[in-house]
Structure formats: structure tokens, C-alpha cells
Ligand binder design. Structure first.
Ligand code: UDX
Length: 429
């Protein structure tokens, strides 16, 4: 099939590339000329495991191309996906201006029947607005359908999530676009659920908020575990063996971050408010998440007493493992809080140091994770990178002035660390 993706951020670029990988012909459109130039030259504006090879392979096979021109994208394909940002506004509501602009641009370029698919995360009822906008700005009387097809990919695992999705959600206002949408997704062999547009839009916010709720739930249990002398990892393991609960997203830590959960939660609370429901449960999820960071900072200050004049090594800057993304990263927030307390920081991240440099000045970036501890008063784990488990802990222990580790992601075995002579403090254990 011929498909166009408008917006080459995480969602758009990975989606377009995976569509090409299964045999579709894909045009990716972005209004950022510099970004398109990088992509046309075979580069990638983001880090995502496995993506670079797939982009190169599909460009070479002539199934994937990049352009600045929305009109070209609209002309070349029958199915047009919108994957532009929906950033938060100061009051938590969603800035819909990118979606609105793209809807107008598509309308202005349409000369034959098109299926316009919204992939961006949007408030319920956006489909109606997009349809209205296209109708209003379409120069000639052209037929079209609007579809909601939310994306559930996780950064760092995006290619895998796209190639092997748990489910495909297709929200429609009529049956006309369903066959084409099924054809788009047929190569992925995933269960497809066809709903009305409003339900499809709600599925996205409801899913992300539920996952955030699951994390805040286990973080609250971690507080109880610390007070009661229990171990949250064991509690999570025991809970997770119940298939109705599941073990995933029950990792206690310094809280969730990233470009999705915090923003989607605020948006969902606002959307609920606008349609007359006070979603207090989700406000509590936010509160627990904020408190989790406060508790961790308190744990550090209580142990080290005064941070002024102390040097702390921080492992991890990305908002989670396998990504270079530092947007709303709990690790960055932690660094900023420690700096504010007067600490000097030596930091390392396997992928996110370049991006961190732009928002976290005044710290020493260390290339080798094993050298971070050199001359520090304590070591902090802030992101759940797997490679941190391979840290040379003996070397680190000797390099520190005192062998103190604050593990904000529960990466190490508490008993082993203590047996090796560490003063080891983690979350809920
Ligand atoms: C999320 C959703 O998982 C995805 O389906 C959606 O489309 C976009 O938002 P993403 O933001 O990429 O994906 O990351 P995710 O893996 O969900 O992690 C989000 C945050 O939660 C990270 O800060 C991570 O460290 C934290 N987290 C996750 C925990 O603290 N504990 C867990 O058990 C899982």
C-alpha cells in the first residue's frame, strides 16, 4: 500500500519505517527542513535501538522516502497518518495546534478520496474536530474518512513494539475505511479491535494512565515496605504471578517520567474535567509520583547530612533505559535537586549525555561508567539501564570516599551489596 506519515518524531519515524519494512511504500513528511535533510542523508535525529538499520535498508529498497512537502505526501498516498506532537499547555491541557495545522494542510492538498488517520495521542472527540476542519478547508468537494489509530510504542523498544504489537486499535465513524486499515496492519499478525472514534481515543489515555497508576501503586507499596521492613521486589514478584495483575510495570523506583506518562496523565485529568468528571484517582497517581522523588532526595540528604561541598556520582540521565531521551527525566530532576542542595556531580549515561548537556550544565560528564565514582562521596543510580548491573562495584567502592550507594532503580542485590561492605539504600527494600 502507499502510505504517508506526517511528523517524523519517535512515533512517526518508527511507524513509517516499520510500515516500509513489511512492504508498504511510505513517504514521511516533516516541516523541519534540517531534520528531513539528516534523514535524506541516511542519518537519524533520534536514537532508537534497531531503527537506523531498518531506515537504511528500506530507503535503499525504495520503500521509504522523506520530504518537506505535505502536498507531495497527500498526493502520493491514499492513507495519511498524522503523527505530530500534542504537547502540554501550562494548565495541563493539550496543545492541538499542530494537529489542526496538519488537518488544514491535508485538506488543502486533497484531490481524491483519502483516509486520514490520527496516530498522535489526542483528547477524546479530536476525530470530530479533524473531520470538521478538513471539511471546512477542503477546496473542492472530496470524500474522506477520519480514523483514530493510537500508538502504544515504548521508547527504547519502539521497533519491537511496532513489529509485534499486542493489539491494533482502529476507531472509525463508518465502515468504509476499515478494509484498508486492516490491509495496512495485516502483515503484523496482531489482534485488531475496531471501535468508534471516541472509544479509540479513550483507549490510549486510559491505557497510559493505567500503567502510570500501576507504577504509583507499587511505589506506594514500597513506602509501606520500608516502614514495615518488607521487600517490595518480593511483594511485586508475588503480586505479579497473579495473571490478572501481571509483573510488568511493578518496578518501584524514583518515579515515572518521559514525554508520555506525565503529559498524558495531566491531559486525561483535564479532559475528564472538561467532560464533567473529577478524576481524583489520577491526581493521586501524580502526587505519589512527585512524592517518590522527594523521598529519595530526603534519603540522600538524611544519610549525607550536608550536600554542600560533597561530590556525588550519578549513573543515568535518560528517563528510562535504552533511550537517549531526557524529556521529563526523573534522573535529570534528581541531578537538579542535588545541585540545588550544593552538591558537585559526576554523571554518566550510556546514550543520553549529549542531550543532557543542553539542559544540565555545571556537572562533569564522565565517559566510563566505572570512573564515575572516582573521588565521590556517594554513588546514585537514577536510570534502570541494564549495563549498570555490570558496574565494577569493587572498583567503585574503593574509589568512593565512603562506600555509599543510593539505588533509585533497585538494580543491585541488597544482601550482596551489604555483604561486600556497601552502605546500600534502595527503594522499598
Ligand atoms: C509509554 C507507554 O509504555 C507506551 O505504551 C506509550 O505509547 C508511550 O508511553 P514510554 O514513555 O516510552 O512509553 O516508557 P515506559 O517504558 O512506559 O516507561 C515510562 C516511565 O515509567 C519511565 O520513566 C520508567 O522508568 C518508569 N517505569 C516503568 C517505572 O518506574 N517502573 C516500571 O515498572 C515501569
Amino acid at each position: 500500500m502507499k502510505l504517508t506519515i506526517i511528523g517524523t518524531g519517535y512515533v512517526g519515524l518508527v511507524t513509517g519505517t516499520c510500515f516500509a519494512e513489511v512492504g508498504h511504500h511510505v513517504v514521511c513528511v516533516d516541516n523541519d527542513a534540517a531534520k528531513v535533510k539528516i534523514l535524506q542523508a541516511g542519518g537519524l535525529p533520534i536514537y532508537e535501538p534497531g531503527l537506523e538499520d531498518l531506515v537504511r535498508k528500506n530507503v535503499a529498497a525504495d520503500r521509504l522516502s522523506f520530504t518537506n512537502s505535505t502536498a507531495e505526501g497527500v498526493e502520493k498516498s491514499d492513507v495519511i497518518f498524522i503523527a505530530v506532537p500534542t504537547p502540554p499547555q501550562p494548565d495541563g491541557s493539550v496543545d492541538m495546534s499542530f494537529i489542526e495545522r496538519v488537518a488544514r494542510e491535508i485538506a488543502g492538498a486533497m484531490t481524491s478520496y483519502k483516509i486520514v488517520v490520527d496516530k498522535s495521542t489526542v483528547p477524546v472527540k479530536t476525530g470530530d474536530q479533524v473531520a470538521e476542519t478538513i471539511k471546512r478547508y477542503c477546496k473542492t468537494k472530496v470524500e474522506f474518512d477520519v480514523v483514530s489509530n493510537p500508538e502504544f510504542l515504548r521508547e527504547g523498544f519502539a521497533v519491537d513494539d511496532l513489529m509485534k504489537p499486542d493489539r491494533i486499535v482502529i476507531g472509525v465513524r463508518s465502515q468504509r475505511p476499515v478494509a484498508a486499515m486492516r490491509q495496512v496492519y495485516e502483515p503484523f499478525n496482531a489482534p485488531i479491535i475496531v471501535t468508534d472514534i471516541n472509544s479509540a481515543e479513550l483507549i490510549k489515555h486510559a491505557s497510559n494512565s493505567f500503567l502510570a497508576l500501576k507504577i504509583s501503586y507499587i511505589n506506594a507499596i514500597a513506602v509501606l515496605c520500608e516502614a514495615a521492613g518488607a521487600n517490595v521486589s518480593e511483594v511485586a514478584a508475588g503480586m505479579g504471578m497473579d495473571e490478572r495483575i501481571g509483573r510488568r510495570f511493578l518496578n518501584a523506583g524514583i518515579g515515572f517520567g518521559g514525554s508520555c506518562f506525565p503529559k498524558d496523565l495531566s491531559a486525561f485529568i483535564k479532559i475528564a474535567e472538561q467532560i464533567g468528571y473529577d478524576f481524583r484517582l489520577l491526581k493521586e497517581v501524580q502526587r505519589i509520583n512527585a512524592e517518590q522523588m522527594d523521598r529519595f532526595v530526603k534519603k540522600i540528604t538524611e544519610t549525607l547530612w550536608v550536600l554542600k561541598g560533597k561530590t556525588i556520582g550519578v549513573l543515568g540521565l535518560a528517563f528510562k533505559q535504552n533511550t537517549d531521551d531526557v524529556r521529563s527525566s526523573p534522573a535529570i530532576e534528581l541531578c537538579q535537586r542535588l545541585l540545588k542542595e550544593g552538591a558537585t556531580l559526576r554523571v554518566h549515561d550510556p546514550k543520553a549525555m549529549d542531550k543532557a548537556k543542553a539542559i544540565l550544565p555545571g556537572v562533569t560528564y564522565v565517559d566510563d561508567m566505572n570512573a564515575v565514582a572516582d573521588g565521590c562521596d556517594a554513588l546514585v543510580v537514577a536510570t534502570e539501564w541494564d549495563e549498570f548491573k555490570k558496574l565494577d562495584t569493587d572498583r567503585a567502592r574503593k574509589a568512593l570516599t565512603h562506600p555509599i550507594m543510593f539505588d533509585g532503580r533497585n538494580l543491585f542485590d541488597a544482601a550482596e551489596m551489604e555483604a561486600a561492605g556497601w552502605i546500600y539504600k534502595s527503594i522499598g527494600r
